[in-house]
Design a protein around this ligand. Sequence first.
Ligand SMILES: Nc1nc2c(ncn2[C@@H]2O[C@H](COP(=O)(O)OP(=O)(O)OP(=O)(O)O)[C@@H](O)[C@H]2O)c(=O)[nH]1
Ligand SMILES: [Mg+2]
Length: 314
Amino acid sequence: MPHEGLPSETAKPYIVAGMPMYNEEETIGSVVIRALRHVDEVICIDDGSSDASARIAEACGATVIRHRVNRGYGGALKTLFIKAREMDADALVLLDSDGQHETEDIPNMLKPILSGEADFTIGSRFVEGGGGTDMPAYRRLGIKVITAASNLSSDLGIKDTQSGYRAFSRTALDRLRFDAEGMELSLEMLEDAHEKQLRVLEIPTVIRYDVPKGSNFTAVSHGFTVMTWAMLSLSQKKPLLVLGIPGFGLLAAAAAMGFRTAQDFTLQLDSIIGSGISAVWVGLLGLSLMATGLVLQSAQRFLRLLLVREFGLD
Ligand SMILES: Nc1nc2c(ncn2[C@@H]2O[C@H](COP(=O)(O)OP(=O)(O)OP(=O)(O)O)[C@@H](O)[C@H]2O)c(=O)[nH]1
Ligand SMILES: [Mg+2]
């Protein structure tokens, strides 16, 4: 049973491991058994698996929560957070049930949380000592691109934004809020942690790709979903960057086209009108993109100022 109140030197912290689970009968048993060596309780969120995952997880000592319909990775994490809060957990460690995350690293993930050094740890492939066994090149590239886009929008300073190996303190469990249903939740959660000034720390870990259900091309569609989310977030946070730079590029192209038109003034009238008109259109598009970027950027500043002045929110 969980103890009451905050962890102290005398009270042993109550640790829960949470695993989103979808058709993982080949691996879930050993992941649950190995995780139980390091935590007090394992909760698996089964999202309508059609195989024996839930039965095996329970037989190996996990508590299984079943969703009647598939609510996706994000839906599973929402249920997990609610359950961990209900259980009064001091920390929640989140790991995949497909065997990609090394359970031996659970103590490393929890150490900074239990010592009060961090609120949120990420098992990272891209800090010294971390890595991925047999990691496909397209996955590495995809993760780097998504990470670059998300750091551009929020200056998160996180090297591995796509790792699902994460641990949370009681404070993080209480304060983090997220809406996404799919894998884009990985970024939403990091941005929320950044906005709420939670202390995030990357812990080196090796993520395995030589597991029975190794990386497949659904990962590519996950990648696109996450990338779309990153770009939307970037355009909301930095509209001047997203619209202003292409706008300026178009304006410069229009100027070059216009200049050529002027130079070719002696050529046939048709071609002069054609390229001149294109230059005007491209220039107008560039100008309007830049203007939209400027308006959105200042609207954003205005709103932020208003929130701070009127409601004391930051
Ligand atoms: N509850 C629930 N779990 C899911 C769902 N989709 C995936 N999972 C689980 O979430 C974890 C991560 O999913 P994966 O598909 O392995 O995602 P990934 O590790 O980023 O991608 P790969 O490299 O292709 O393995 C696994 O433990 C899955 O069983 C879902 O719709 N619902
Ligand atoms: Mg996986």
